[in-house]
Design a binder for this molecule. Structure first.
Ligand SMILES: NC(=O)c1ccc[n+]([C@@H]2O[C@H](COP(=O)([O-])OP(=O)(O)OC[C@H]3O[C@@H](n4cnc5c(N)ncnc54)[C@H](OP(=O)(O)O)[C@@H]3O)[C@@H](O)[C@H]2O)c1
Length: 316
């Protein structure tokens, strides 16, 4: 039985939720969206053409239930609505292995449990689908009483991510590499690198707008070259001066200590300490997340960035 013959219910209509639901609908699948009562996303999902159900109705309708609410809210959603509400032999999907890997959700034995984790922010999943390009995805099967769960995960990945590059993995490997990537490189590491460069130029008395262009704005242009053709091609595109500076300086910036910190970051992910801290943060009402979010918006680098984006948008 293929995904085409199943009633798909996407729980949540946020970053990943809207992308999975819309992409699958555009591929011709029977997709509904399930949201909590009073959800701020209800109208948007209806305007986008979906039948919107509450969480209980969604659980009862689903042949395939995809959990696309925040990781820290998934256990409650599962325990309250899906554990008893899902049909016998239904399929339960995740876009990240966190709750299965760290034992926060223990699925009923009759459920077929799979993962399709796009290697992309949700809004890019939709954007790249509309551009007919797609994004890479990791797929995995955790429980397979039906013996067809892998095929269903492949169908889901093809519909949502367009088969750009689908790799089979485990929930453990996806979870640990994903958390490591976002903390050490993609988000945590990258933002601190850009800020450190910007602040070094500012402290030396340079114009803050030049510092921003140099250390933040241009990052995308360089990364775009790496994204499309790799490091060597990026280096062909930059000047010999830049390339020579790159080789002799990069390793002085990412030092032995940086690499040791990366290793420690990975160990905290592997031994579950990061997961425990994050779950406690959620239970306490996100004190760190809220403080940092507000603080970041007020930082000088963000204000300069907004001014430069305004200036550039007026000149477009
Ligand atoms: N964000 C990404 O780019 C990304 C990338 C790869 C994998 N993932 C994975 O995809 C999954 C979803 O992440 P996301 O970032 O897309 O989530 P998100 O945007 O934060 O999800 C928001 C949606 O979840 C609903 N929601 C929030 N709390 C809820 C609760 N307690 N009960 C029911 N619904 C609730 C929201 O409802 P309202 O509309 O009512 O606010 C909204 O529709 C996670 O497993 C995540 O790790 C995310």
């Amino acid at each position: 039985m293929s995904l085409l013959e199943k009633k798909v219910v996407v729980f949540g209509y946020g970053s990943q939720g809207h992308a999975h639901a819309l992409n699958l609908k555009d591929c011709g699948f029977d997709v509904s969206v399930a949201l909590r009562e009073g959800s701020v996303s209800w109208d948007r999902a209806e305007k986008d053409g979906f039948k919107v159900l509450n969480l209980k109705e969604g659980a009862e309708l689903a042949d395939v239930a995809m959990l696309l609410v925040p990781d820290e809210n998934q256990p409650e959603l599962y325990n309250r609505y899906l554990k008893d509400g899902l049909k016998t032999g239904a399929f339960l999907g995740f876009a990240h292995g966190f709750n299965i890997h760290y034992g926060q959700i223990t699925p009923r034995e009759d459920l077929n449990v799979f993962m399709v984790a796009p290697k992309s922010p949700g809004h890019k999943v939709r954007e790249k689908f509309l551009e007919k390009e797609g994004v890479p995805a990791l797929i995995s099967v955790y429980q397979d009483p039906s013996n067809v769960t892998l095929q269903l995960a492949k169908d889901w990945a093809k519909g949502v991510c367009l088969n750009l590059g689908v790799l089979k993995t485990t929930f453990k490997e996806e979870t640990e590499t994903d958390l490591f990537g976002e903390q050490a490189v993609l988000c945590g590491g990258l933002v601190e690198l850009m800020k450190a460069g910007y602040e070094t130029l500012l402290k030396a008395g340079y114009d803050e707008r030049l510092a921003y262009f140099e250390c933040v704005h241009e990052m995308k242009l360089i990364v775009d070259l790496v994204y499309s053709k790799g490091f060597a091609a990026m280096r062909e595109s930059i000047s010999n001066t830049a390339e020579y500076g790159d080789y002799v300086t990069g390793k002085k910036i990412i030092t032995k200590e940086s690499r040791e910190n990366m290793k420690e970051t990975l160990e905290n992910i592997q031994n579950g300490r990061f997961a425990k801290d994050f779950i406690l943060e959620g239970q306490a009402g996100y004190p760190i997340l809220k403080t940092m979010r507000n603080r970041c918006k007020e930082e000088k680098i963000e204000i300069i960035g907004n001014q430069l984006r305004d200036m550039m948008s007026k000149n477009r």
